[in-house]
Design a protein around this ligand. Structure first.
Ligand code: FUC
Length: 802
């Protein structure tokens, strides 16, 4: 196949790495005082810039859950890099290692005897996934637009309006006003682009497609530009144990339909030229042969033809109105206002530079809502869940395969889903857990000779569940158990019993079943049951009994027991879980007053590792909390303080949530500021490491959004009857002393709006969705109220003074 000649379009160095040194001085854009073309630059819900993006981390993301795109906004050469969420390397594959369980007893013995190196060796040789590594999420292609003569554009501005999920570019060339608009429509399953000139006949451009994959071909048929290809391989050859990596087998197709108003249309071999038009509309559709994790018999060509056929008869304006309505139906459920300052009006990249020192509370609003925007754009029912990069990836070899890391990252992506009223956006994660509860059964059988299901620290689109990469951190058994928490959360927030009965409970039950027989007695105290071989994620190597596993398994058992009680089933099984839950090794306070990360008291104050997995019991778990377990809470706090301010984006984001749970708004806010100052790229996507432009990792964005919500509302604790407390403003930082939020959700089915001034609650409005008892708590004062489903209740500050 002949690769499309990209040089037709790239005449300037728009796509080359910027000459700005992003390594040393990340965001030194200088001071630009020029006002943009748009009247309302102060809109708190937009990102805007007065230069095109020169690198991917400056481009602006749009997405409909399945299709994602990054808009560069180039003047002469526009690039819209796009993804489709099923384009992965590899093919359907069962990663379980046949007969691995024969080595399980030996692994445990070695670890009890302190022979960790030997255990690692044995694990690497006999206990790991086949092959050793999983596949990668891949980029799809680029829409390339060339506008001759536009290099001299002036009055330039590009922006992303979160409220309408629209990306726009606007500028002037020789007195003619040009405008581009891009959105990813979910109702239309298309990436829609409108190009427009103020003068009749002033719009001239060439449109084309290309792809980074080795095998692809571009052709033109009527007004369609057609890109066909086959996915590249990510891993090749054989793994370290000689097991072959499966070839990539997915095929893909994209079609760009070009429709102009006025002017001439010239069909070229692999591009379309439009000369002298008033405006043009471009629709991109894309699909692969992926059907499900074990079926790739889909027909991408037919899918593209169907998508385009569905667009027939719908005007661009209608499509845009449908898109905005669809997007707003989710986005508008929550509003946040933390006030504005003069700085809020500046271009987004300038605000990033000043955020650490200047008052810019609207930046917190922007970050909070950007997280919600990104979740809606990357995770909708029937799409794949948001991976390490959501759905935005331009690299054939993305960091960590842009897949799903389950020892923190994938779950963090979904922390904001329920509390920020986007329950539907968690649906892809829940579907993935359903798939994993199937593939994880064979892993339970082959690796542990047990029933139920188990998943280790990573998965991919083929739903790999076996331990990967290296025994010292890959053999970690609680990936599936952690994921199961999200099914329970859905029930806690929505009260949906059908969901609990038909979808959540079977998954929880089989995840628990695995652990009932997996846990083993602790030789030094056989009353205790411990997990292992496992690890405290990515630190300390393979061990028996890491604290995090025990916290997660206790949480899984508790949720399963409660679900069985609500559904009135499986009494005996619930009793067995209760008995075992009591025996799981407890959280322990060590010699320096810290919460122990392991069974042994070996934690060090010098350890600043990015993972602080034993904090799981504080958040996202809740068995350690300042009200019911104050001593453990203080120990956890001490351990977290030892870790410093978190060396990577996602660990800083986790700290925002943890300090919010500790009721420490000041430190939570400090970590939020650092999350932005050290990890936000110019387009506000979060980077994993400080001061490095790549890799981008979306967990920092989602964890940040969840952290802001946790500062304002927490609902994880319950009274003696099992009714949730809604803790209002539990960790309000002084720099966010006045504001209002509407529509966030508390467990038990409450939609809550709050208003506060000078650091104090002014009023609260609660809509009860399930008719549960409402327990509002503010400043240690309680207001309790029986509620009726559908009714709204309002309270003022004085209600909390009684
Ligand atoms: C884990 C983390 C890394 C990164 C990767 C995707 O391995 O320790 O920091 O987030 O996942």
């Amino acid at each position: 196949m002949q690769p499309y000649n990209r040089r037709d379009f790239i005449k300037t160095a728009t796509l080359a790495l910027s000459s700005i040194s992003l390594a040393g001085l990340p965001f030194s854009f200088g001071c630009r005082k020029k006002e943009g073309l748009f009247s309302d630059n102060s809109s708190p819900l937009s990102l805007w810039y007065d230069e095109p993006a020169s690198v991917w981390t400056e481009a602006l993301p749009v997405g409909n859950g399945r299709l994602g795109a990054m808009v560069y906004g180039g003047k002469e050469n526009e690039t819209i890099q796009f993804n489709e969420d099923t384009l992965w390397s590899g093919q359907p594959h069962d990663y379980a290692h046949e007969g691995a369980h024969e080595y399980l007893g030996q692994l445990r013995r070695l670890l009890w005897e302190g022979r960790q190196d030997e255990a690692h060796e044995l694990g690497n040789e006999h206990f790991m996934s086949q092959p050793f590594r999983q596949t990668a999420y891949l980029p799809f292609g680029n829409i390339l637009l060339n506008f001759p003569g536009h290099e001299s554009a002036s009055d330039y501005q590009r922006r992303l309006d979160l409220g309408e999920a629209l990306s726009t570019v606007s500028y002037k060339v020789k007195g003619v006003q040009f405008k581009r608009e891009v959105f990813a429509s979910r109702p239309g399953q298309t990436l829609a682009i409108r190009l427009e000139a103020s003068g009749k006949g002033d719009l001239t451009f060439t449109a084309g497609l290309d792809s980074p994959h080795s095998k692809y071909h571009v052709s033109v048929d009527g007004d369609h530009i057609i890109l066909k290809g086959k996915a590249n391989n990510f891993h090749q050859g054989r793994d370290r144990n000689g097991y072959p990596y499966p070839e990539s087998r997915l095929t893909f197709e994209a079609r760009l339909k070009v429709k102009q108003e006025g002017g001439k249309y010239n069909k070229k071999e692999s591009s379309i030229e439009v000369v002298g038009a008033k405006s043009a509309i471009l629709y991109l559709v894309a699909a692969t042969s992926f059907v499900s994790y074990n079926d790739i018999s889909g027909n991408p060509q037919q899918r593209c033809i169907n998508y385009l056929a569905n667009l027939e008869g719908r005007s661009y304006e209608k499509l845009k109105a449908e898109h905005i309505k669809d997007f707003k139906s989710l986005f508008n459920r929550v509003t946040l206002d933390l006030g504005n300052s003069e700085i809020s009006k500046r271009p987004t990249d300038e605000r990033l530079v000043s955020f650490t020192k200047d008052e810019d509370p609207a930046m917190v609003t922007l970050l909070f809502q950007y997280g919600r925007y990104l979740l809606i754009s990357s995770s909708r029912p029937e799409s794949q869940p948001a991976n390490l990069q959501g759905i935005w990836n331009d690299k054939l070899e993305p960091s960590w395969g842009s897949k799903y890391t389950l020892n923190i990252n994938a779950e963090m992506n979904y922390w904001p889903a329920e509390i920020t009223n986007l329950s539907e956006c968690a649906e892809p994660l829940i579907s993935m857990v359903e798939d994993l509860s199937e593939t994880g059964q064979n892993v339970a059988k082959e690796h542990y000779d047990l029933s139920g299901w188990v998943v280790h620290h990573n998965t991919d689109i083929w739903r790999g569940a076996a331990p990967i990469n290296g025994a010292n951190h890959g053999i970690w058994v609680t990936g599936g158990a952690w994921l199961s928490q999200h099914l329970w959360w859905r029930y806690q927030y929505t009260g949906d019993k059908e969901f609990l009965r038909n979808r959540a409970y079977p998954i929880l039950k089989e995840a628990s079943r695995f652990f009932t027989d997996y846990l083993v007695p602790y030789p030094e105290n056989p009353e205790w049951l411990v997990s292992g071989p496992s690890n405290s994620p990515e630190i300390g190597g393979l061990v028996m009994g890491p604290t995090m596993d025990h916290q997660i398994i206790r949480n899984l058992f508790s949720n399963t027991i409660e679900a069985a009680e609500i559904l009135g089933i499986d009494e005996d099984f619930a009793a067995e879980l209760k008995e075992k839950r009591e025996r799981i090794a407890p959280n322990q306070i060590g010699r320096l007053g810290q919460l122990q990360e392991w069974l042994e008291d070996v934690d060090s104050p010098e350890n600043h590792h990015r993972h602080f997995s034993h904090m799981w019991g504080v958040f996202p778990g809740c068995e350690i909390n300042r009200r019911k377990t104050p001593k453990l809470n203080a120990a956890a706090r001490k351990s977290l303080q030892w870790r410093g301010d978190g060396p990577v984006g996602w660990s800083r984001a986790w700290q925002v949530n943890l300090y919010a749970r500790f009721g420490d708004g000041e430190t939570a806010h400090d970590r939020l500021v650092k999350l932005v100052a050290r990890n936000a790229a110019p387009n506000l996507l979060n980077k994993c490491w400080d001061n490095r432009i790549q890799p981008f990792q979306i967990d920092g964005n989602f964890g940040g959004t969840s952290g802001v919500a946790e500062m304002l509302l927490q609902s994880h604790l319950r009274d003696e009857h099992g009714d949730y407390y809604q803790d209002l403003l539990p960790a309000l930082p002084s720099r966010l002393s006045s504001g209002k939020i509407s529509g966030i959700k508390g467990r038990g089915g409450f939609e809550i709006s709050l208003n506060w001034e000078d650091g104090r609650l002014v009023s609260v409005k609660v809509k009860s969705q399930q008719g549960n008892k409402l327990n509002l708590r503010y400043n240690e004062q309680m207001v309790s109220q029986e509620t009726i489903a559908g009714e709204t209740y309002t309270f003022g500050r004085t209600d909390f003074n009684k």
